[in-house]
Design a protein around this ligand. Structure first.
Ligand code: CP
Ligand code: NVA
Length: 302
């Protein structure tokens, strides 16, 4: 593994390796065992969209690993004034040991990785959010003990989260169901791959998709960059909500996950959110541990 651009680039073994290291780093952190595995290393973090969790967990993670992190707002970089990604990649490679980027187009992240000779990490594009799903898988394994025989149901927009959850879930051997409106399905190629490689369905019926689920997952109806469609989407996604009725058809003690930020009474009711706040915030915490594992795998001394 030389970059983390999307989960489909990783084998199941590579994902499990990251999760195992994440568990170890979490244990060490809780027990005050220092792990300065990236001493002297610098991560550049390019942000073209807002962030709370990703920015803070990557930055804190680098410090905990003995390195440092630079927050680079795309508006302040020459990228914002049209300097090509190809040139930015080659320049940053001369200063840094790794680049993390949050942007719109997946192809921009792929181009950055092609031209950089240091590891590149996708911290969210319109297509994928691999760092989030590694933390999600870590959390699922913490709560359920293993992936085998479990079912994850994602309710809502077939967006970056849905795309990455499909790949992560299927690679870990989970059954994956998606409930979404007809015009908001996940990536067609990913769904084809999922159907050929595991137990997968994408249907409009929320209750049917949620039946017997061990994990219920949702995300906002309008992602970053889609603010102008918020009203249309609010209508299109009516009913695509995790609420007590949906919970009643899932497994007893089913987990609820949300990548956050959450919009209460849209994709999830405030009631269900608060009932499941423990796992949702454990999930947010696990961003830190999972990403530290990714950083060590990519930037640590081999
Ligand atoms: N879940 C997530 O990526 O959160 P931020 O947008 O706050 O980074
Ligand atoms: N789908 C959301 C995820 C935020 C973490 C977005 O792209 O805005």
């Amino acid at each position: 593994m030389t970059d983390l651009l999307k989960l489909s680039d990783l084998s199941a073994e590579e994902i499990l390796d990251i999760l195992n290291l994440a568990d170890q780093l979490k244990y060490e952190k809780y027990n005050n065992i220092e792990h300065k595995l990236l001493a002297g290393k610098t991560l550049g973090m390019i942000f073209q969209k807002a962030s709370t969790r990703t920015r803070v967990s990557f930055e804190a993670g680098m410090y905990q690993l003995g390195g440092s992190a630079l927050f680079l707002s795309a508006n302040d970089l020459q990228i914002g004034r049209g300097e090509p990604i190809e040139d930015t990649a080659r320049v940053l490679s001369r200063y840094l040991d790794g680049i993390m980027i949050r942007t719109y187009k997946q192809s921009d992240v792929e181009t950055l990785a092609e031209y950089a000779n240091i590891p590149v990490i996708n911290a969210l594009t319109d297509y994928a959010h691999p760092c989030q799903v590694l933390a999600d898988l870590m959390t699922i394994r913490e709560y359920l003990g293993s992936f085998s025989g479990t079912k994850m149901c994602f309710i809502g927009d077939g967006n970056n989260m849905a795309n990455s959850l499909i790949v992560g879930g299927i690679k870990m051997g989970m059954s994956v169901s998606i409930a979404c409106p007809e015009n908001y399905k996940p990536d067609a190629d990913l769904m084809k791959w999922a159907s050929e490689n595991g137990n997968f369905e994408c249907i409009p019926d929320v209750m049917k998709a949620a039946e017997g689920a061990d994990v219920l997952y949702t995300d906002v109806w309008a992602s970053m960059g889609q603010e102008g469609e918020a009203e249309i989407r609010r209508k299109a996604f009516e009913g695509y909500q995790i609420n007590s009725k949906v919970m009643s058809v899932a497994k007893e003690n089913a987990m609820v996950l949300h990548c956050l930020p959450a919009h209460r009474e849209e994709e999830i009711t405030a009631e269900v959110f608060e009932q499941h706040a423990k796992e949702i915030f454990d999930e947010a915490e696990n961003r830190l541990h999972a990403q530290k594992a990714v950083l060590v795998k990519l930037m640590g001394n081999k």
